[in-house]
Design a protein around this ligand. Structure first.
Ligand SMILES: Nc1ncnc2c1ncn2[C@@H]1O[C@H](COP(=O)(O)OP(=O)(O)OP(=O)(O)O)[C@@H](O)[C@H]1O
Ligand SMILES: CC(C)(CO)[C@@H](O)C(=O)NCCC(=O)O
Length: 306
């Protein structure tokens, strides 16, 4: 059976031409800003894939505004268009945060007067102390390791234009940061990035998926994602070399081969089963699937038909 039965498969070559005529070229300053995000991002990807994607988001945004306006006419009152929420999902280490930061930058460029905020669901993980208490430290990233009710409440409050204060997670300390929070104060657009954004907690009155106006799943073959996971682990080790407060510092004292073996085990025992059992099954909920091949090159785009 076709895995993407509900999608149009669009090759990169077709996709890159879809909105070409209306695209304003990137300025040198904008290109620099993108490079500083991650100097490995291919600018060709930005032009071929991400700019048409931003134009698609614009269409969805316009649709929501039109609907709000019509609802207002129907109810004979002014109905404010709620903030647009974009969900970005995919495996651990597939490149969600990089994609999310790029989408944030490009949306801020497209809608100069609007505020575009980015939140990662990592902040909704229970702190390590709670994970330990519940004996689920090795289940980090699995559904039970997140405070999904708090995430749901956060989305509800953003949609209702309330000011929110949310926890922050640090990859360096491998835990929730105790004395730092993120304030989200009535953004026009919120990008929510995380492995669990398309998961629906059960037995709730509200469903996380109800809040998304647009969603993206970043997809790639398991073997490639494992490679990116190991490469990122290696970069984290380098960062931690001179920082005893960094979680990865302990590993810099061990033989390199042993550490990388440990990382491989974490992938095989934790992140891979999580991908297979809980993340990939949500892929078909996304509006758009970005399919990556070697070197993070996007070769195919899937757009939901209905
Ligand atoms: N477009 C890209 N081009 C080159 N490298 C990339 C790209 N996207 C991501 N990477 C690299 O892949 C690795 C994983 O990326 P990133 O941290 O964005 O993943 P993630 O999905 O957000 O992971 P996590 O869920 O663990 O936070 C990083 O080393 C990053 O530098
Ligand atoms: C924080 C998450 C869950 C998601 O970003 C992930 O990066 C993680 O820490 N997973 C647990 C296993 C590991 O250390 O890779």
């Amino acid at each position: 059976m076709n895995k993407f039965i509900n999608y149009d498969e669009i090759s990169r070559e077709t996709w890159q031409n879809l909105y070409l005529s209306s695209i304003v070229p990137l300025t040198n300053r904008e290109l620099d800003a993108i490079r500083s995000l991650n100097d490995e991002i291919s600018l060709q990807d930005v032009i071929d894939v991400y700019l048409p994607l931003i134009h698609l988001v614009r269409l969805y945004k316009k649709n929501i505004e039109d609907l709000s306006f019509s609802k207002g006419l129907f109810l004979q009152k002014i109905v404010q268009t709620p903030p647009l929420i974009i969900g970005i999902s995919g495996s651990v280490a597939v490149g969600k945060s990089t994609t999310a930061r790029l989408v944030q930058l490009l949306l801020s460029r497209e809608f100069k007067k609007l505020s575009v905020e980015l939140v990662t669901t990592d902040g909704f993980l229970y702190p390590t102390s709670v994970l330990k208490e519940r004996k689920i430290l090795e289940r980090k990233g699995f559904p039970e390791s997140y405070d999904m009710e708090r995430l749901l409440d956060f989305l509800y409050r953003v949609k209702n234009s309330e000011r929110c204060e949310i926890p922050l997670y640090s990859h360096e300390t491998y835990d929730i940061i105790e004395d730092k929070t993120q304030i989200i104060d009535q953004p026009d657009i919120l990008i929510l990035e995380g492995i669990n954004v398309l998961q629906n907690p059960q037995s709730e009155l509200l469903y996380v998926s109800d809040f998304y106006d647009f969603s993206i799943y970043v997809d790639a073959d398991e073997e490639l994602i494992e490679k990116w996971y190991l490469e990122r682990f290696d970069s984290l080790l380098k960062l931690a070399e001179n920082d005893p407060h960094n979680y990865y510092h302990q590993f810099t004292k061990m033989p390199y081969d042993e550490v990388m073996q440990l990382a491989r085990q974490t992938w095989t025992n934790t992140n891979l089963p999580n991908l297979r059992d809980y993340i990939e099954p949500t892929r078909n909920r996304a509006e758009v699937i970005l399919h990556k091949t070697a070197n993070h090159y996007i070769d195919k785009i899937y757009l939901k038909k209905f």
